[in-house]
Ligand binder design. Structure first.
Ligand SMILES: [Zn+2]
Length: 275
C-alpha cells in the first residue's frame, strides 16, 4: 500500500516535451546505433528479480508442461497501484510523450495488430505539441489517461495548482497518474474533484535510465505477475512494435498475456476499463 505523500521514483522525466528535442529525450536519433543506451551496472544483484535473476515462475508451473494460464489475484475492486484491472492480464502502460507523432501511430497500430491494448498517459504538453493524438490512440483500441500538463511533482503545488495541472489541454479521463507517482491528500482531493482516480503501477522498468530494448523485454517478461501494471515511457526503448511483440511472446511462456485489444474504439471517460 502506498502511503499518502509518498513520491515513488518511477516516473522520471527529461524536460518539457514542448521544448526538449527528441534525440535528447530518447538518447540517440532514430536509426542511430543507440550509443547512449545504458547497460545496467552489473545487472540486478543476487536475490533481486530481474533479467539476471528472473522471478520465480508461478507455482505449479512444471518445466516440461505448458504453462498454466495465470489466475487473477484476489482483488475486488479498484486500487491505487493496480487501477481498475481485476484480470490476470498485464497492463502495459506508457507515460509522457513519444518522440514523434509518426512513432505514436506506428507503435499503436502495431500493438493493435498484435492484439495488445495499451494504457497511455500522455502529458497535456505532449498533446499540445501534437506529438500524441488521443483520438487516434482510442480509435486503435487503446486507453488514454491523464498525466498532468507540464509534469511537475504535484505534492509541491497548491490545491488550485493541482486542479490546473489536471485540466486542459491534458486528457480528461476517469483515471490519472501523477508525475513521479507523487501524491498527498491535497493531490487526491484534486483528482476526486476532477472525477478521476489515481492509477500508479506495480512494476517499474526504470526505462528512463536508457536501458536497451532487449533489457526491458527481459525485465518485463521475467518480472511481471498476474494482474500487474507495468510502467514504461513513450520516449524510451520499450515503446516499439518489436519490444511489444517480444514482451507478448515472453509473457506467454509464463502463462501470462498483456491486456487485450478488443478492436473497437475505447471510451473517453469510463470507470470500466477492459483489459
Ligand atoms: Zn511521467
Amino acid at each position: 500500500m502506498v502511503a499518502a505523500g509518498m513520491a515513488l521514483a518511477g516516473c522520471q522525466y527529461a524536460g518539457n516535451p514542448t521544448t526538449a528535442t527528441a534525440p535528447t529525450v530518447r538518447g540517440g536519433a532514430p536509426g542511430s546505433t543507440g550509443t547512449t543506451q545504458v547497460t545496467p551496472p552489473g545487472g540486478p544483484g543476487k536475490g533481486e528479480s530481474g533479467p539476471g535473476n528472473p522471478a520465480k515462475p508461478p507455482s505449479g508451473q512444471g518445466t516440461n508442461k505448458p504453462p498454466k494460464v495465470a489466475k487473477p489475484p484476489h482483488r475486488k475492486g479498484y486500487s491505487y497501484r493496480y487501477g481498475p484491472n481485476l484480470t490476470a492480464r498485464v497492463a502495459l502502460t506508457f507515460d509522457d510523450c513519444p518522440r514523434t507523432l509518426a512513432e505514436e501511430r506506428t507503435v499503436l497500430t502495431g500493438a493493435a495488430q498484435l492484439g495488445i491494448g495499451l494504457m497511455l498517459f500522455p502529458t497535456g504538453s505532449c498533446i499540445h505539441s501534437k506529438r500524441f493524438d488521443a483520438k487516434f490512440a482510442r480509435s486503435q483500441g487503446h486507453y488514454v489517461f491523464n498525466h498532468s500538463n507540464t509534469h511537475p511533482l504535484l505534492t509541491r503545488l497548491s490545491y488550485s495548482g493541482v486542479l490546473s495541472q489536471l485540466g486542459l489541454p491534458g486528457v480528461q479521463s476517469r483515471y490519472g497518474r501523477p508525475p513521479f507517482g507523487g501524491w498527498n491528500n491535497t493531490v487526491a482531493r484534486a483528482y476526486a474533484a476532477k472525477g478521476m482516480k489515481i492509477w500508479l503501477w506495480t512494476v517499474d522498468t526504470n526505462d528512463w535510465h536508457g536501458y536497451s530494448e532487449a533489457y526491458l523485454v527481459k525485465y518485463v517478461t521475467r518480472t511481471a505477475r498476474a494482474g500487474d501494471t507495468v510502467l514504461m515511457h513513450m520516449q524510451w526503448h520499450g515503446f516499439s512494435v518489436d519490444a511489444l511483440r517480444k514482451i507478448q511472446a515472453g509473457l506467454a511462456k509464463r502463462g501470462l498475456e498483456p491486456c487485450r485489444n478488443y478492436g473497437e474504439p475505447t471510451p473517453v471517460r469510463s470507470w470500466k476499463v477492459r483489459c
